[in-house]
Design a protein around this ligand. Structure first.
Ligand code: FE
Length: 293
């Protein structure tokens, strides 16, 4: 409204949209591609979907670890992959790190979704960056040995499974819990009652943080407007709207935190999102070898 630039939105699943832009190639009418996860941004980058841009506003507003080193994409909001525990069975004092979840003390208690999920691939991508491939492989094997069940369902399903008593500790993204907190459904309120949220690695490497992000599409018919749109998305006003809508953390530190996230202050892991993305093929290989379905 402020600029007179009309914005047309095509909504869809991340991988489907990526396939569509790839298939359209040079003829794609897309100017901006927005998706979630460093792993998927990397896949889009590898597929030649993005073009580099110059924008002082974007490079000054988005912290270095949350944007591509050659400005192919920029983080727009942040998500933490955290732990959820059964309040009646787990003392949060016994929780510390992702690494510890592979310890035999958690045998039969760990809930986490399939390794085909990009969120897990990126979590392992961070662990590879922190500890190397060999230690990452050992961690994945230890996790599999501790699974409460064969990986199934989505992130919300893991949190619900803790409340249902299927396991003591789950790994999931923070905003799924925020959605339950905001839900009017008594079943969801019951889950929130029974399950606590824990930000791991606070005394060590920091909690794994991933991004929702976007960039200007290669061959964008409206390149300048596309850059202005991304610049708008990192403004404090737009950041507040984004964060309120997806219960993620703003990338612009001048933007207010949505009410549901108040009190969630934590130390973030600083592995660049681009490194996590580059580690994606290694992560997939390690998961396969560990037989993490
Ligand atoms: Fe999600």
């Amino acid at each position: 409204e402020e600029t007179g630039i009309e914005v047309n939105v095509v909504d869809g699943k991340g991988d489907a949209l990526l396939e569509r832009i790839k298939a359209e190639g040079e003829r794609s009418p897309a100017d901006v591609f927005i998706t979630v996860d460093a792993g998927r941004l990397w896949a889009a980058e590898e597929a030649g979907v993005f073009q580099p841009i110059e924008s002082e506003i974007l490079t000054e507003t988005v912290p270095e670890e949350f944007r591509h080193p050659e400005n192919l994409w920029f983080g727009l909001s942040k998500r933490a992959r955290v732990l959820f525990y059964a309040k009646d069975r787990v003392d949060p004092e016994d929780l510390a790190t992702y690494e510890d979840l592979a310890d035999p003390q958690w045998e039969g208690e760990i809930l986490i979704r399939s390794s085909s999920n990009v969120y897990n691939q990126s979590l392992l991508g961070m662990i590879i960056a922190e500890h190397g491939e060999e230690a990452a492989a050992e961690w994945a094997e230890g996790m599999v040995a501790n699974f409460a069940r064969t990986p199934q369902s989505n992130d919300t399903g893991q949190i619900r499974a803790v409340a249902a008593g299927l396991g003591d500790v789950a790994v999931a993204n923070h905003y799924y819990y925020a959605r339950l907190v905001l839900s009017d459904d008594p079943d969801d309120q019951q889950v929130v009652e029974e399950v606590g949220i824990f930000f791991p690695n606070q005394e060590t490497t920091g909690t794994h943080v991933n991004i929702s992000g976007g960039g200007v599409v290669q061959g964008a018919p409206n390149r300048e407007e596309a850059i202005r749109f991304l610049e708008f998305l990192v403004s404090p006003e737009a950041q507040a709207i984004l964060a309120e809508g997806n219960a993620e953390f703003p990338v612009n530190e001048d933007a207010p935190l949505p009410e549901v996230l108040e009190g969630y202050e934590f130390k973030e892991n600083t592995t660049p999102a681009s490194t996590i993305g580059e580690n994606n093929p290694k992560a997939i290989r390690i998961f396969d070898r560990a037989d993490w379905r």
